[in-house]
Design a binder for this molecule. Sequence first.
Ligand SMILES: NC(=O)CC[C@H](N)C(=O)O
Length: 315
Amino acid sequence: MTSAKNYEFINSVLPQWLETSRLQTVHGSTAAYIPELAKAPQEALGIHIMCGNGEHVSAGDCGHVFTLQSISKVFTLILALMDHGEEAIFAKVGMEPTGDDFNSMLKLELVRPGIPFNPFINAGAITISSLIVGDGPEEKSARILEFFRRLAGSDTLDYNMDVYHSESETGHRNRSLAYFLLDNGVLGGSSVEDVLEVYFRHCAIEVTCADLARMGLILAFDGKDPLTGDTLIPRRYVQIAKTFMITCGMYNASGEFAIQAGLPAKSGVSGGILTLVPGQYGIGVVGPALNSKGNSIAGVHLLERLSQELDWSIF
Ligand SMILES: NC(=O)CC[C@H](N)C(=O)O
């Protein structure tokens, strides 16, 4: 099917497919370890699909606002690569999936030299936060927010400060990870609290599915914004980010999602999923009820169906 035909077809089936996937939400639950996230509506499900010509289709609760959480790790990695280049970044974080939970510290102790296995687990993303160029946490955070705004084409993107405070007050696991990293000599000259402020802030940037889709579109077009023609990210760094999205983007269900949907994707504990179809679509999904692997239960259901019916797998 051509892209235009695909688009018409998606438009006609999406509302009904979304309602079928929404039935899955009863089998999941919202994240509770960040108290503010537990308040999200359990049965919500929304999707926004944006084409390279700016046309878009959306369905369900696509007006629901949510925080990026781990989805932000894709773009902080890219910014750090743009700041320092590959060699410096991969001296501090690895390129391999762990098979452990995203907030695990097991391998930091077990495997020498004690650097995080990849930039999408919390230890890796905290390390990346320490590498963002800027004079202190405020300037680093301002650069991240400005970069995210450019990618989303929205200068109103901002933090949800309730979520930020909620995580900052209760994020003791991340605090212990950061101390472990400090002891392993991974955090350079930064203090734990400064690095965590940057990390908790970018996790708390608030978006809609449309913002996610717009950010995904830039990745789908190898770093060039198809709507403005501006190159926002060097192609090589998009390639690196998309590879991590395949191997680690859906936590310990990344292999399964690669087999069932075959698309680069990144999810967050808020129930958001950012994915893309190369050269065609940027896609944002939200469904706060999570499955046992920490991914949106209904979001994954819907994306797998779309990919299978429309033959989207890149493999
Ligand atoms: N998986 C996630 O989305 C985790 C992000 C969250 N801010 C945390 O550090 O725990």
